[in-house]
Design a protein around this ligand. Structure first.
Ligand SMILES: [Zn+2]
Length: 233
């Protein structure tokens, strides 16, 4: 087990303290949903009936007025104009002034020269599908070709602490054996999980996934599971 450095420990404690403070303040303002505090800058605030309110840690330092705007923004049944006004207030809150941004985690890339062409094709596929099916809203993502994945075809890695998407892995076996059309299908499938992660909804194959897959035209495979969902640590 790796020992935690003094700085890491201080950061972990600060993170926990911010989360407790923020949850308490929201409860004082009347919030009764489950609240999860995260550090994903792309999705400051999100809400679903199932997972409740997910909110960026920086809001621990926001005024009551701003927290009120958060609540108005996510509360069901508010008027469109109210929601729009609240949204503007929420997104203008500068979380980065309060929470030091973590440098993007760089995984050691063992990119083989002969894989470069393939990785480029995967990235191009991602960019095209992003425009075609996600209004270009998904963040660009790194791809990795996995030698270890045997039964799974693809996998989306998400930082379990910040919910940031790290990368999409595609099985080398899959790339070597299966027609390109099936690879495209795998990439789209993982992109739906990316879309879930970036919108703060649960990473699963539940109704949200199926609705999006239906809209895009991804057919759920009956004969083998595309992936197993497991957050990366
Ligand atoms: Zn999946």
């Amino acid at each position: 087990m790796k020992r935690e450095s003094r700085r890491e420990r201080a950061e972990r404690e600060a993170r926990a303290a911010d989360a407790i403070l923020l949850i308490e303040r929201l409860e004082q303002l009347g919030v009764r949903w489950p609240v999860k505090v995260h550090e994903n800058r792309r999705v400051l605030v999100s809400f679903t009936d199932r997972s409740g309110l997910r909110i960026h840690r920086g809001f621990a330092y926001a005024s009551d007025r701003t927290l009120g705007a958060v609540i108005a923004f996510v509360s069901p049944g508010r008027r469109h104009s109210t929601r729009k006004r609240s949204e503007a207030e929420v997104v203008s809150f500068p979380v980065e002034n309060y929470v030091r941004l973590k440098p993007q985690r760089k995984r050691r890339t063992r990119e083989r020269p002969e894989d470069r062409k393939l990785l480029n094709e995967l990235r191009e596929l991602h960019a095209r599908f992003n425009d075609e099916h996600f209004e270009g809203k998904l963040a660009p993502v790194q791809f990795r070709i996995s030698n270890r994945m045997r039964t799974r075809l693809g996998e989306l890695s998400v930082d379990s602490r910040t919910d940031e998407v790290i990368e999409i892995s595609v099985s080398r076996r899959h790339l070597q054996r299966d027609p390109w059309d099936e690879v495209r299908h795998t990439v789209l499938h993982e992109m739906i999980h990316q879309w879930q992660a970036e919108n703060g909804t649960a990473l699963d194959h539940g109704p949200t996934f199926r609705a999006k897959a239906g809209e895009i035209g991804v057919i759920p495979r009956a004969n083998r599971a595309v992936d197993r969902l497991r957050p990366a640590s």
